[in-house]
Design a protein around this ligand. Structure first.
Ligand SMILES: Nc1nc2c(ncn2[C@@H]2O[C@H](COP(=O)(O)O[C@H]3[C@@H](O)[C@H](n4cnc5c(=O)[nH]c(N)nc54)O[C@@H]3COP(=O)(O)O)[C@@H](O)[C@H]2O)c(=O)[nH]1
Length: 659
């Protein structure tokens, strides 16, 4: 941006401006153009007038036909207020996406023209501002205008003008063939190598050659800056959506021609919006830059990384034939990029969800390929974040359902279409019910019972998790009160917090109010938080956890082992319980690695004076192993699935939790 604004303020000698034909506006002009167009500029900028309607429709026609970079095959005349005649020349440029515009320059026609009739010595006196030189047919220098000498210094041969020997040789051989030339070329000036437009005319009678040069470096810089602006992301400097579409279109053509495959990974950061909302855009931007660097370092050479905007990236892999290869690259990205980042003096934890789609298995056009990779990414996100999914046909339907759900979520909160289910927590080894976890369900009027996996991510993205999370805490407190009034032995009830909720500034006050309003003893309420939530800003987490502890409630780390935890921090967090993730419990007794992790986690928790609960216990052999490791509590389908409040009451009574 800085480069561009510097460029925009430079004084180019020729009046130059850009016309957006479609909008009838001038999105850019230089100072010379401002002077030239002084009277009509306000009209033009306000979109009232660019050119006559006949010329406008003619230009629109050319824009349709001509590719970006091509010059219009005609010039249109323009007379300034002081009577100077100009020829306006235009070339086609991209104004972003498929939209084209015109970059135009006004060339004065009243300036002396190169004429083969004039002798060079009389001509030169006219050219006080034009850069002009005369050579023999074989390239030997004869004389030049003052302006030319100021730019190029003293030269002996036309060859001395060129920056590249090959270009000089080709120019000299074309001179020998008496070709008239008009081209853009890089010339070596006293100020370094610069782009010039040159025109060559032969004086047949005297056997000399006239060379007119015009420095177009600034126009070139301007075009390059405009190109970068349109095609690259300003924050990460990665190519943007425009270039992604271009590469995908050409990859598609190539793959069709050669009967090859290619793949893409659609990547979205988990919970990035929460970071942006809570720590501000400056921190969010810095994190995006760091993440982009890590992703770039994780992909093979030849793969291209694009930023689509926000926290979305796409990797295109043109030379991959197997889905397994794409999966292995997704794993490598997750290993490197889903990690902690030192940003703004904090250790930020961020993970990524990745969707994979490949041509031609999953789609045979660019739009569907992107759409399906996006659907697979959504699937990865809703399955639990920090994972990848390869596209399958039903995922597109899921996305539609996802969007429908999103629309209904706000109404559902207003109409309280939610209930809590309760899953018992069992003490080992005596297997007594000592607590429960509250798990939300959406009772949708048309779709029936919807699992939290499907709507919690939506609620997080939209910010609706805040009212929803508050509803859960209040409902859980009321439930504890109802059980007490029903004369049951008190049990502890735990509630899940989402990351966005955890960052909510008045969360502690809100929980305190809910406890006070219901008269619940805080020691019976437990909050379950994940490692990544706590590690996003470990220092702030410690303070918040202490505030909760002051209220008197207990704290548990959920899904332990799946995120990034620093042992040093673990000791500093005032938590009471570690909940071992069910992925470690699933193969307990079958997988030596998992056994070792579970055993070590329990031993570590014991040494830190923390209670350990194993979740996802589904069979007796897991209980045997957990008993052997001194695990204090379990939770899982072996004992009960989550139950409605009525069923849970019956469960409690049946299992001896009584007054
Ligand atoms: N922020 C909030 N998140 C919530 C809330 N309520 C639930 N959730 C989170 O949604 C995820 C899915 O929850 P759910 O579908 O309710 O699944 C829970 C159990 O049914 C399941 N479970 C329990 N035992 C077993 C088992 O033996 N096998 C098996 N395959 N699954 C089992 O585990 C889920 C509980 O997980 P956890 O919270 O990690 O203890 C889930 O991530 C919920 O956290 C809410 O109110 N707010």
């Amino acid at each position: 941006m800085t480069d561009l604004s510097t460029l925009l303020h430079r004084k180019m000698p020729l009046a130059a401006w850009i016309i957006d034909i479609e909008q009838s506006s001038v999105p850019w002009c230089n100072e010379a153009a401002e002077v030239l167009l002084m009277d009509s500029l306000s009209d033009i900028k306000s979109g009232q007038r660019v050119i006559g309607s006949e010329l406008k429709s003619r230009l629109a026609l050319y824009l349709k036909e001509l590719e970006v970079g091509k010059t219009l095959p005609f010039k249109w005349p323009f007379v300034s207020k002081d009577g100077t005649h100009y020829n306006v020349r235009g070339s086609v440029i991209s104004l972003g996406g498929a939209r084209k515009g015109l970059s135009v320059e006004a060339h004065p026609v009243s300036a002396p023209r190169i004429s083969v009739e004039n002798s060079h010595s009389s001509l030169l006196s006219h050219f006080t501002t034009l850069s002009f030189a005369v050579f023999e047919q074989n390239g030997i220098y004869l004389e030049a205008s003052k302006c030319f000498t100021e730019q190029f210094g003293d030269i002996e041969h036309v060859r001395d003008l060129f920056a590249v020997a090959g270009a000089a040789n080709s120019f000299i051989s074309r001179l020998a063939q008496r070709e008239s030339m008009s081209q853009d070329i890089r010339l070596s000036t006293k100020n370094g190598v610069r782009w010039h437009k040159i025109e060559v005319s032969h004086q047949l009678k005297t056997n000399v050659v006239y060379l007119l040069t015009h420095d177009i470096q600034e126009e070139r810089d301007h075009e390059v800056a405009l190109y970068r602006l349109n095609n690259y992301d300003g924050l990460t400097h990665l190519p943007n959506r425009n270039l992604l579409y271009q590469q995908l279109e050409s990859a598609l053509v190539n793959a069709r021609k050669r009967h090859r495959q290619f793949g893409l990974l659609y990547l979205d950061l988990d919970g990035f919006k929460v970071i942006n909302d809570n720590f501000g855009h400056r921190v969010g931007d810095e994190l995006i830059q760091r993440v982009a660097e890590r992703i770039k370092g994780s992909i093979p050479s030849g793969a291209c990384l694009y930023r689509l905007g926000g926290d979305e990236f796409v990797v295109v892999l043109e030379n991959t034939n197997e889905i397994e290869e794409l999966e292995s690259i997704a794993r490598s990205i997750m290993q490197n990029a889903s990690n902690t980042y030192p940003v703004a003096k904090m250790e930020m934890m961020i993970t990524a969800s990745i969707g994979i789609a490949s041509y031609p298995q999953h789609a045979d056009d660019v739009d569907n390929l992107l759409k399906n990779a996006d659907a697979a990414m959504y699937r990865a996100k809703s399955t639990g974040h920090n994972m990848y999914c390869v596209y399958e046909d039903h995922m597109a339907d899921n996305i539609n359902a996802h969007l429908t759900l999103g629309g209904g979520l706000r109404k559902a909160i207003e109409e309280e279409q939610f209930i809590l289910h309760y899953q018992p927590k069992i003490r080992l080894p005596d297997e007594v019910v000592v607590g429960a976890e509250a798990l939300i369900r959406w009772v949708h009027p048309e779709l029936g019972m919807i699992s939290p996996d499907q709507f919690i991510p939506l609620a997080e993205e939209s910010g609706l998790i805040l009212p929803l999370g508050e509803w859960v805490i209040r409902r859980a407190c009321r439930q504890l009160q109802e059980w007490r009034e029903a004369g049951l032995d008190p049990i502890k009830l735990s509630v899940n917090l989402s990351s966005r909720q955890f960052m909510q500034a008045d969360l502690v006050d809100m929980v305190q109010r809910a406890l006070e309003e219901t008269g619940v003893d805080p020691k019976y309420l437990e909050l379950e938080l994940t490692e990544s939530m706590l590690m996003a800003d470990a220092q702030q987490s410690i303070e918040k956890l202490h505030s909760f502890r002051k209220l008197g409630l207990t704290l548990s780390i959920d899904d332990f082992g799946t995120g990034y935890s620093s042992l040093a921090y673990l000791k500093k967090f005032p938590i009471q319980t570690l909940k071992i993730d069910r992925s470690f419990i699933h193969d307990l007794g079958l997988d030596c690695d998992n056994d070792a992790i579970v055993k070590a986690t329990i031993a570590m928790a014991n040494s830190l004076n923390l209670k350990v609960i194993a979740e996802g216990v589904e069979n007796r052999s897991q209980i045997d192993v957990l008993n052997g490791y001194d695990c204090q509590e379990v939770q899982g389908y072996l004992f009960s699935k989550p139950l409605s409040s009525d069923d849970f009451l019956m469960y409690l009574k049946a299992h001896g939790v009584m007054a």
